[in-house]
Write a protein that binds this ligand. Structure first.
Ligand SMILES: Cc1ncc(COP(=O)(O)O)c(C=O)c1O
Length: 387
């Protein structure tokens, strides 16, 4: 069959490939320790599961859902946003529930970009930013994020010829994969820059609620007037250990929220109502649920950071997110070292190069295995290195 140029040039999704390799190794009898995907291993909250089951029993919920989600879900998102970020959103206009935030990335790109436009992509990046731009014929322009700049982009380094064609700027803090974080002063600068250059900012905040110590990530919508130029994506995947439920949301600029709603209603038919009710249950949980869950991730972070530094994989302690971002040993590329860890130690991490050229020299290790499994991973690597 003759397939489109788009499909023929689309690379395989890295994690689909990694999952296949892990399954093959497991079938060969290897106990693989999976520190590659950001797929929470902890269960969704019990109240969420119970509400989902109860709503499944109601035949009314077996029918087509509302295209843009239940009013009650919009209200629960607005209330959560107010409590968490002290930002008031208008439930119907400023909020759109999504089937996970990943689809929101693709729709936002389609709603903003025309063929020939430029999308500004901080590098390293969640690969969907590039794919979402290229599928609509736009051109990604990479903005390196460097460790010495705390993984913040350098706006002044963008050439004016690029800015003239640029329409969209992706941002992602807490950042995947670098674990970089942004403060309000940075967001203020970016919002002012977007106004000057007529850019739309899409801030992906999938890791908003995985934070450590006394750090709390801020929303770009906390900048006065940000809603004129920005939208933000949130997700229940990492926030409430609900990756399989597929719940996310787009919030912010009402024109863009409406445009994505229009696109979506032409392509999908909304979110299964029991899942929407389950999402409301999650959003109504007290902040203590998040804090207690984050204690578990923080312990894992500490184990991994200490283990990596002891192994010579230099890293700093991240303040948010689901990952540790560590240097590979001298003499290895990130892909070679990842391959070595997988073949010699049965430990799967992700090579930094999978996230773009600026990811070379690093590996990304996720916090989604238990303390015991993390200890086992470190001691396996130690003993292979000793040999
Ligand atoms: C930076 C970033 N954005 C978005 C997503 C998508 O999350 P979901 O579609 O589960 O909401 C992920 C998932 O790993 C991510 O790392």
């Amino acid at each position: 069959m003759q397939l489109s140029h788009l499909v023929n040039t689309l690379p395989p999704y890295h994690f689909a490939d990694a999952k296949r390799k892990i399954a093959e190794k497991q079938a060969a009898g290897v106990d693989v320790i999976t520190l590659s995907m950001g797929d929470p291993d902890l269960p969704a909250p019990q109240a969420v599961v119970e509400r989902l089951c109860a709503e499944m029993q109601r035949p009314i919920n077996h029918r087509y859902p509302e295209y843009r989600g239940l009013r009650a879900l919009h209200e629960a998102i607005a209330a959560w946003f107010e409590r968490r970020f002290h930002v008031t959103l208008t439930p119907e206009q400023d909020i759109l529930p999504l089937l996970g935030s990943k689809e929101g990335l693709a729709y936002a790109a389609s709603a903003v970009l025309n063929a020939g436009d430029i999308a500004l992509v901080p590098d390293p990046y969640y690969t969907v930013y590039v794919t979402a731009a290229t599928t609509v014929g736009a051109e990604p322009y990479l903005l390196p994020m460097r460790e010495e700049n705390h993984y913040l982009i350098d706006l002044e380094a963008i050439p004016s010829a690029v800015l003239a064609r640029a329409r969209l700027l992706w941002l992602n803090y807490p950042n995947n994969p670098t674990t970089g974080i942004a403060d309000l002063a940075f967001f203020e600068r970016v919002v002012a820059f977007a106004r000057r250059h007529n850019l739309v900012i899409v801030h992906d905040m999938a890791y908003a609620e995985v934070y450590f110590d006394d750090f709390r990530p801020v929303s770009i919508l906390q900048v006065p007037g940000a809603r004129d130029v920005a939208v933000e994506l949130h997700s229940l995947s990492k926030t409430y250990n609900m990756a399989g439920f597929r719940v996310g949301m787009l919030v912010g600029n009402p024109a863009l929220v409406d445009a994505v709603g229009r696109l979506k209603s032409n392509i999908d038919s909304g979110m299964f109502r029991p899942v929407q009710y389950a999402a409301i249950e999650a959003l109504n949980l007290p902040a203590s649920w998040i804090e207690e869950r984050n204690v578990i991730y923080q312990r894992r972070r500490d184990l991994l950071v200490e283990g990596c530094n002891a192994l010579g994989l230099r890293t700093e302690s991240p303040r948010a997110g689901l990952y540790v971002w560590a240097h590979v040993p001298q003499g290895y590329t990130s892909k070679d070292f990842t391959q070595w860890l997988f073949e010699q130690c049965g430990v799967m991490v992700t090579a930094g190069a999978n996230f773009g050229p600026s990811g070379e020299g690093y590996i990304r290790i996720s916090l989604t295995e238990s303390d015991e499994r993390i200890r086992t991973a470190i001691s396996r690597i130690q003993s292979v290195l000793r040999r």
